[in-house]
Design a binder for this molecule. Structure first.
Ligand code: NAP
Length: 306
């Protein structure tokens, strides 16, 4: 069972530090995996669980950025999940796609060249303003995902409302130190995705990394447990994904690292930095937009509309 640690969002709500992700789980697998995760997280007490025992996050998709679409998108999401409220609702990317038809039918509207069709007349500030006006009974906290310091600053300057959270790629090869420092100063909670370095490039997961394995053997722990322990230092939350019952159980079995071993894991990112989730090079269809200012994105014809 997990240690059940929580941290406070800037709304005052408590978010668990160790969560569970479902992206890339096949539809039939999601239900079984979520059931397994709930059993492990709550010590088998699933039948007695109440809605308020579980913290649920979902996101606004890129084709739903027009301010007038935001409230309807949340209603849609709640209906799909069969929920009355979300604990946290995030803007998935600081990127708008140009699609007005049913978003479920076409997640990726295309240009004739095969790239995703971008929408350039809605800024991230416009979308964020609409997020801040959502009914708090339906979205108890609102935040963003994949936003850089500059994007976050623009949202704060443009609306006076600081996002409760920023869900970002973070793993031992992507430390995100500057962004984390900025978020700490602004009281923006960090949730980390792809903690095991999941990627589209067929690179091995970081559970295979020699340094992670070496630290794991010291604690009689698994490499995944070491990565998750590293991930939560600093009050962040992390959302490992697995559809494998034994791994779900393993991931909820928490260990704590000494300062020295935390530093050892951190050195991986100092020596071998790598961001995997760059939609301009990693995604098919390609998103022709420079989001993070990485060298690989320099030829992208669109930029984030601030
Ligand atoms: P991840 O959690 O880093 O890695 C998932 C992979 O690790 C799967 O292949 C899984 O395999 C494997 N795995 C899980 N536990 C393991 C263990 N104990 N030992 C060995 N392998 C293990 O990657 P992710 O799915 O990219 O990220 C996690 C969650 O973050 C997603 O589900 C999603 O909710 C969120 N996310 C958000 C964004 C965003 O833009 N905001 C982007 C990506 C992901 P099996 O499933 O086969 O067991």
């Amino acid at each position: 069972m997990s240690l059940g640690r929580t941290v406070k969002l800037n709304t005052g709500a408590a978010i668990p530090q160790l969560g569970f992700g479902t992206w890339q789980a096949e539809p039939g697998q999601v239900e079984a995996a979520v059931f397994e995760a709930l059993k492990k997280a709550f010590g088998g007490e699933v039948p007695n669980l109440k809605r308020e025992d579980v913290f649920i996050t979902s996101k606004l998709w890129n084709s739903q950025h027009r301010p007038d679409d935001v409230a309807g998108a949340l209603d849609d999401c709640l209906a799909e999940l069969g929920l009355e409220y979300l604990d946290l609702y995030l803007v998935h990317f600081p990127v708008a796609f140009d699609e007005q038809k049913d978003v479920h039918q076409n997640l990726f509207p295309l240009e004739s060249n095969g790239d995703v069709k971008m929408l350039n007349d809605v800024s991230i500030v416009d979308t964020w303003r609409a997020m801040t006006k959502l009914d708090k009974k339906k979205a108890r906290a609102v935040g963003v995902s994949n936003h850089t310091k500059e994007h976050l600053q623009a949202l704060i300057d443009g609306t006076g409302v600081t996002p409760a959270a920023n869900q970002i790629e973070r793993h031992p090869r992507l430390l995100q130190s500057d962004l984390i420092q900025f978020c700490k100063e602004k009281n923006i909670h960090i949730t980390e995705y792809s903690a095991f370095g999941n990627n589209m490039f067929n690179e091995p997961l970081l559970v295979q990394h020699a340094t992670v394995k070496e630290v794991a053997s010291k604690y009689n722990a698994t490499p995944a447990q070491v990565i998750l322990a590293w991930a939560t230092v600093g009050g962040h939350s992390v959302i490992p994904k697995s559809v494998t019952a034994s791994r779900i159980q393993e991931n909820f079995q928490e260990v704590e690292l000494s300062k020295e071993d935390f530093e050892k894991v951190e050195q991986i990112g100092v020596k071998e930095p790598r961001r995997f989730n760059i939609p301009y090079i990693a995604n098919k269809p390609r998103w022709p937009v420079n989001i993070f200012g990485e060298p690989e994105e320099k030829d992208a014809p669109h930029k984030v509309v601030v």
